[in-house]
Design a protein around this ligand. Structure first.
Ligand SMILES: Cc1cc2nc3c(=O)[nH]c(=O)nc-3n(C[C@H](O)[C@H](O)[C@H](O)COP(=O)(O)OP(=O)(O)OC[C@H]3O[C@@H](n4cnc5c(N)ncnc54)[C@H](O)[C@@H]3O)c2cc1C
Length: 558
């Protein structure tokens, strides 16, 4: 099945959801980037998806080797300037809107999620260095990370410190010359080691001597694999994980300081690590939401293609007893439309949020708050959509979906990581009700609902906005446990409401009768008629409180 980047759809969302003309007056460049990125993703990156899955990254004591073709594709990525699209111009980037960069990342995610992870991690590092790095760090490292020549990694997780980042133990001692000596072990580090580039720039969270406990005592360090004098730093990959999906993305155990200490330099102030890391994570969280969109798009295309060709059973109630292609059966049509509608909703939500970050960069304080508010929704709901749609994709294929030949199974396996990393979706839900609901005294949240109400006419959206406001009022005065118990369903309600708003905006703009515009209206109609009412049902869970959950000890559930 030939993968096609949905360029027309991307341009439509950029025009009508992001309103990219307010961010860039170079419409031809937007088209050129969309078309060029699509050609690169389809021609160079997608053909490696299968070999990446079957061969995977390989560890040896000396190195981690990438599957055949990955090196060439990565060089193509660097030489094509694809990593520079939305990076700042003073760091060698093209300074184009992040919302446009999001479309490029969606293409790579859809084409080959494991490949796309390498540039994705660099993007977060670029944001962190741009905001918190010293002039020397920017001079020596930033432009080479921007160009893609030296990819970057993000090192938070340790065996005892997963969701609880504050529990990390990696230590940094001053060398007395401005540099630091790091010792410790990090686990699950994406692209911690590989043979795609000469150098890898690790951004590492560590604890300095006498640092306060918890997240307040964490500092961020820049630790290059190859030091400025050309020698190899004291950091190595001890092993890589065997995992459900994204086999070509090396997930590394990294040991720092086996031979005395890895040399690193502070990024930002001592104990300012969480602030710098949040800069990196916010970007990465939006990008992980986009992974859900990319996988969902790919799985949808594959399912539609299969459903058009697979012939099985006559249509119930039809005069003809001849077997028909399965898309004729209402239940298969339900799956296909659901996949299209969810994918479109998740894309609109993600692009909109990136557009808010663009506006924030241009100095719009309200947009900055809205981007903060929406980040957990994009990450969590986008990745949940990725999993649901990939699962439906398997279902549409029947038995052929469960065996590996068609590729539907790989999307399902690959999609499953995204709700876990970059802060699990449970942590996103806690962030949403714990911090974002009260952001700016609650005005950020209230402003979003007001904007939705002002623009939307679909009765189901109005009903969901009512339910969201009632649940928000309950959660705002609830105790910690009750609020957290309702956090996930509440977060999903808010994501569906926001996506429903943006689907309506698109349906209103799709006035013509081209097949594209008809499909847009059909997807929006399905979203408003079926998916939005489903979210209404989540209000029970949002407001149920914690008592139900703690009615018996967990052991009793065993
Ligand atoms: C393939 C892969 C790639 C990764 N890449 C990176 C990387 O590049 N860099 C990096 O630093 N890390 C990386 N990670 C680590 C990843 O971010 C963590 O796995 C994730 O944050 C969860 O931590 P954990 O695995 O320790 O799970 P735990 O924290 O043990 O969580 C287990 C469960 O408990 C829930 N839970 C835990 N605490 C709470 C709480 N306070 N409230 C509600 N629920 C809670 C979680 O939601 C989850 O459902 C990667 C992991 C994988 C598998």
């Amino acid at each position: 099945m030939t993968f096609r980047v949905p360029v027309q759809e991307q341009r439509f969302v950029l025009d009508h959801v992001v309103r990219i003309d307010e961010l860039s007056n170079e419409s031809e460049i937007v088209d050129a980037v969309l078309e060029g990125a699509a050609a690169f993703a389809e021609g160079e990156v997608e053909p490696l998806n299968r070999v990446g899955d079957t061969v995977g990254a390989k560890w040896s004591p000396a190195q981690v080797s990438m599957p055949p073709g990955f090196h060439q594709a990565y060089q193509g990525f660097v030489q094509g300037g694809w990593s520079t699209i939305a990076a700042p111009e003073d760091a060698g980037g093209q300074g184009l809107p992040l919302a446009l960069g999001a479309a490029v990342m969606e293409d790579l995610n859809a084409a080959n999620l494991a490949f796309a992870l390498c540039p994705m991690l660099s993007m977060g590092a670029i944001e962190a260095l741009e905001a918190h790095g010293s002039p020397e760090q920017k001079r020596d490292y930033l432009s080479r990370i921007v160009s893609g020549e030296w990819p970057a990694t993000m090192n938070l997780t340790e065996p005892q410190a997963g969701s609880d980042v504050g529990a990390l133990k990696t230590r940094a001692e001053p060398n007395g010359n401005g540099s630091w000596r790091l010792t410790g072990t990090k686990i699950y580090i994406t692209y911690g080691e590989h043979d795609l580039a000469e150098n890898i720039i690790h951004l590492v969270l560590a604890r300095t001597p006498d640092a306060p406990v918890g997240t307040r005592g964490i500092s961020l360090f820049l630790v290059p694999k190859v030091l400025p004098d050309g020698s190899r730093n004291d950091v190595r990959c001890a092993s890589i994980e065997h995992k459900l999906g994204i086999h070509a993305s090396p997930t590394c155990v990294m040991t720092y300081g086996d031979a005395g200490g890895a040399t690193g330099w502070l990024i930002g102030p001592e104990h300012g690590g969480m602030r710098a890391m949040f800069t990196m994570m916010n970007n990465a969280r939006l990008n992980v939401g986009l992974q859900g969109v990319g996988i969902a798009e790919r799985a949808t295309q594959r399912a539609i293609d299969y459903a058009l060709g697979r012939v099985q059973s006559a249509r119930t109630g039809a005069e003809s007893r001849e077997a028909v292609a399965i898309h004729e059966h209402p239940d298969v049509r339900r799956m296909l439309l659901r996949m299209r509608a969810l994918t479109g909703g998740a894309r609109a939500l993600a692009y909109y949020a990136f557009g808010q970050v663009d506006r924030a960069r241009a100095g719009d304080a309200e947009a900055s708050k809205r981007a903060d508010l929406l980040t957990p929704l994009v990450k969590a709901w986008g990745t949940d959509v990725g999993c649901e749609v990939a699962s439906l994709g398997v279902q549409v294929h029947g038995g052929m979906g469960y065996v590996e030949e068609t590729g539907a199974a790989q999307h399902y396996r690959d999609a499953r990581i995204a709700p876990i990393y970059e802060g699990t979706n449970g942590i996103q839900a806690a962030d949403f009700v714990g911090r974002k609901l009260g952001l700016d005294g609650g005005l950020a949240f209230d402003g979003l609902i007001a904007d939705i109400r002002a623009e939307c006419e679909a009765p189901s959206i109005e009903a969901l906005a009512d339910a969201v406001e009632i649940a928000a009022a309950t959660l705002r005065v609830a105790g910690h446990d009750d609020r957290l118990a309702g956090s996930y369903p509440f977060m999903t309600m808010c994501a569906v409401l926001t996506a429903g708003w943006l689907m309506e905006r698109q349906a209103r703009a799709a006035t013509g009768n081209t097949p594209f515009e008809q499909a847009k209206r059909a997807a929006a109609n399905y979203f408003h008629s079926v998916i939005v009412p489903e979210a209404l049902g989540l209000a029970a869970g949002a407001e149920a409180g914690a008592e139900l959950l703690y009615a018996v000890p967990a052991e009793a559930l065993a």
